[in-house]
Design a protein around this ligand. Structure first.
Ligand code: LLP
Length: 421
């Protein structure tokens, strides 16, 4: 459930008509709902009730400071994957002991920043990385808490570009080599090996792959404990999918996912961490856009809109489906019309939907892309010199711009001219 609903024939974000936001901010823009963000965070938090746990929001999904502050105030930790994300989390007031650091390519500088500023744990992805963390920790005279990310070789049954738990993927160490890598970790100075980490992919719409992976993590926990390792924390990654098509999708609920965690791993009495991103932010955001032209092609009609692939790249990159709805609710009985919905960027890939049945629209009409809160604004670029679009946060009947649209001067003045020109 989210808080983008029709009321009196108009689309609202919580208690604010989205047309009002468009009038104030312009289009295109991203609009997030505070109530939906918090609801989704709490669903995970409640799903793990009774177990010592921390929900670490995977902030790569949507990392605006206002979103982070909203979630941090509700008690969320953060999963970060770069120095930039680490510093964003700190700037939003998240204490270091609630930040976990994931990613296959952490640099010396990133490790140093996190160790100096405080970190709950590094999720280590390789032996060379472990050696660097050990060296930097010794140099700083501190101890780095680590888990080791194991790759369980499980098929997550999701899009190939976002599956991470098969042996052919770059992530983690093969679970078959876990014992020797944990032995190496125990022998290195400056490290405190606190647990195991595992993340198998994103937009998972079944529980079975999680179950297979978590069973392997349970076996490994027992095996490592038998060898003397004090495994006391399990980071189970993120990945629970969301419905992108309202009509016919029903991925498992956080409560079912939480029950699976308790069933497969509860007996080990470990502290549990999870790293959900998409489920918290995805349906908490829409991208608002406006029809510029309705163009008649030979065998189809195009809706040319002011949003483009640089603003929301998921359809071009993953063939992702987003429901697209008009901001003025269609009158009952309106005959739909089929459109190809495209942006102004000079590539055929700048296509959001083909043959999409929509209520008939004209230039100037506003439309909303649903489920755009996760991996939307954060993956945007200024391709075609199109400014990054603003982000707006709604809270009840209030809204605020949380990132403004840059001016063209700001964009142009970021470039510097060498002296020979
Ligand atoms: N933890 C780790 C280590 C991850 O790599 C990811 C996502 C997450 C947690 C959060 O997963 P989530 O709960 O959001 O599924 N840009 C793609 C998604 C990439 C996901 C990358 N890793 C998309 O737009 O679908």
């Amino acid at each position: 459930m989210d808080h983008f609903l029709y009321r009196d024939g108009a689309l609202y974000a919580e208690d604010v008509p989205v047309a009002e936001i468009a009038a104030a901010v312009g289009s295109p823009c991203y609009i997030y709902s505070t109530a939906t963000l918090l609801r989704h965070f709490r669903l995970f938090d409640e799903a793990l009730e009774g177990t010592e746990h921390l929900v670490c929001y995977a902030m790569k999904a949507a990392s605006n400071q206002a979103i982070l502050k909203t979630l941090a105030a509700a008690g969320a930790g953060m999963d970060v994957v770069s120095e930039g994300e680490y510093l964003r989390a700190k700037a939003a007031g998240v204490p270091g002991d609630k930040i976990v650091f994931s990613g296959v390519g952490k640099t010396d500088a990133e490790i140093r920043t996190a160790l100096s500023g405080g970190i709950r744990q590094f999720n280590v992805e390789s032996e060379p990385e472990m050696e660097v963390i050990s060296r930097v920790a010794v140099e700083l005279g501190t101890i780095a808490p680590i888990t080791i990310r194991v790759n369980p070789d499980v098929d997550a049954k999701t899009h190939a570009k976002i599956a991470t738990g098969k042996s052919e993927n770059k992530f983690g160490i093969p679970i078959s080599r876990a014992k020797e890598v944990y032995a190496l970790a125990a022998s290195l100075p400056g490290l405190d090996v606190v647990g195991i980490d595992c993340h198998i992919g994103s937009q998972l719409t079944e529980l079975e792959p999680f179950k297979l992976a978590y069973q392997k993590v349970a076996e490994l926990t027992e095996a490592l404990r038998a060898e003397g390792h004090n495994i006391r924390r399990l980071d189970l990654g993120g990945g629970l999918g969301i419905p992108y098509t309202r009509s016919n999708e029903a991925p498992p609920l956080p409560v079912e996912y939480g029950q699976l965690i308790k069933d497969t791993l509860g007996y080990l009495n470990c502290e549990i961490e999870i790293e959900p991103g998409r489920l918290i932010a995805g349906n908490a955001g829409i991208m608002l856009s406006k029809v510029i032209y309705v163009k008649s092609g030979e065998d189809r009609d195009f809706l040319i809109i002011d949003g483009a692939m640089n603003d929301l790249i998921r359809p071009a990159m993953y063939e992702a489906h987003h429901d697209i709805i008009p901001v003025v609710e269609p009158a009952p009985g309106t005959e739909p019309h089929s459109y190809d919905i495209v942006g102004p960027v000079c590539e055929t890939g700048d296509t959001f939907a083909k043959n999409r049945e929509m209520t008939p629209l004209v230039a100037g009409d506003l439309i909303a892309f649903r489920s755009a809160g996760a991996y939307g604004a954060v993956m945007a670029s200024e391709y075609n010199s199109r400014p990054l679009i603003p982000e707006v946060l709604v809270h009840g009947d209030q809204f605020a711009v949380i990132r403004k649209r840059p001016t063209f001067d700001e964009i142009i003045n970021r470039d510097t001219i060498p002296e020979w020109l």
